[in-house]
Write a protein that binds this ligand. Structure first.
Ligand SMILES: *Cc1c(COP(=O)(O)O)cnc(C)c1O
Length: 380
């Protein structure tokens, strides 16, 4: 599409937008009496107007049923989490049995690394992106230490080339090749939280598997943003949060993916809890962990229903909108923004905005460095 930098053109795009009515389904913060233009959905997604009712319904069931709500609530709490895999399977490209909604992101990252980071004397390294989100860096560091390895030796970060912001796929693959049989795990973000770069998850997974290592992804900035095909790409595991692109509320319940080829494997190490135990014998309260043969087998605790109600409110909207439509709109919006930023730069004597997000490898995030007047732009 050929863009134009004027209001009439932008309004025309709005008119043609089949998703435009969805905007009315969200609360948009008002600042100094003016509805804001919200660019920080990658940090905390906006609240659907339906969320309050979904949460209130659960509070009412709790008031009316007490403990019996586990079985007699409108959506019985015992099985509430079972609602999600079907809806999320379209968002992350997975089979329903490969998905479980539980805990929060960093917790899930630790649980999955406990299963998929099993270092030996020969094979103990973790390959990851440089400047990964700090929580991921801390999780990786602590896992390496718990297993008795040295952080400087075991963690191999792939960096952008000098003066660049993007990590080339070529460099990632060559680092994986170089460390080959010493790699236990390759762990990347799906989308880098800072640069907005989308990593080639399929190629990275294939390269990791060629060395005999496991491969996992943190999809905090990818789930609800870009096309994902976790099952098809043979990704071993992944996890994501629900409060960024998925609009499910601050600190909302998170998601995890474990590939089908692993879900029935009882030999995998895992941290166990009663909600991961076989449902038919769970309440016998007996010794001996017998995991559910799906991603649910990684659950620890009974489900946080209030947080899940907020998640359900959001995912019902995603279901209505359709992930392909959202991806197409995200692409168009970010491309239009890039076009306008280019126009602004072209009209200035000195370039003001450096876009660090790769143009051909992005979701809907556009990251910019302000080369001048950065402070001024920070103010509302
Ligand atoms: C947002 C984000 C987190 C935050 O972790 P929580 O456990 O949800 O607090 C972690 N990792 C990445 C990559 C993120 O983008």
């Amino acid at each position: 599409m050929i863009f134009e930098n004027n209001l009439a053109f932008a309004k025309q795009l709005d008119d043609q937008d089949t998703l435009k009515h969805f905007k009315e389904q969200f609360y948009i913060p008002v600042i100094n009496g003016k509805e804001s233009i919200y660019f920080t959905g990658n940090s905390l997604g906006l609240q659907p107007k339906t969320t309050q009712d979904y949460v209130t319904d659960e509070l009412e069931d709790w008031a009316n049923f007490g403990v019996e709500g586990h079985f007699h609530a409108t959506n019985p709490w015992f099985s509430y989490h079972e609602i999600f895999p079907q809806q999320l399977s379209k968002i992350v490209g997975a089979l329903p049995q490969e998905i479980v909604v539980m805990n929060q992101l960093t917790v899930n990252l630790h649980l999955l690394m406990t299963t998929f980071y099993r270092p030996t004397k020969e094979r103990y390294k973790i390959i990851c992106e440089a400047k990964a989100f700090p929580s991921d860096q801390y999780a990786i560091e602590s896992q390496v230490k718990i297993n008795g390895f040295n952080v400087d030796d075991a963690i191999i970060e792939v960096w952008p080339r000098e003066g660049e912001h993007v990590i080339t796929t070529e460099d990632i693959l060559s680092v994986i090749k170089q460390h080959d049989h010493s790699i236990a795990l390759v762990l990347f973000g799906g989308v880098n939280y800072y640069s907005g770069q989308v990593f080639d998850m399929e190629l990275i997974t294939r390269a990791a598997h060629e060395t005999g290592a496991y491969c996992g992804f943190d999809l905090a900035h990818a789930a609800g943003n870009i096309e994902l095909q976790l099952h098809k790409w043979n990704v071993d595991f992944a996890c994501w949060c629900s409060y960024k692109y998925l609009n499910s509320g601050p600190g909302g319940v998170a998601g995890a993916f474990i590939h089908q080829q692993h879900i029935g494997n009882r030999n995998l190490q895992r941290l166990a809890g009663w909600w991961g135990h076989d449902k038919s014998t769970r309440f016998k309260m007996e010794k001996g962990f017998n995991p559910i043969e799906s991603a649910e087998g990684w659950q620890l605790s009974n489900a946080p229903i209030l947080s899940m109600a907020a998640h359900k409110a959001a995912l019902d909207i995603f279901e209505d909108a359709g992930m392909e439509n959202l991806i197409a709109k995200g692409k168009q919006l970010s491309n239009y923004l890039l076009f306008i930023l280019d126009e602004i730069n072209a009209g200035l004597k000195e370039k003001m905005i450096e876009v660090i997000t790769p143009r051909n490898n992005k979701g809907c995030q556009v990251s910019m460095l302000m080369l001048q007047k950065g402070k001024k732009f920070l103010k509302h």
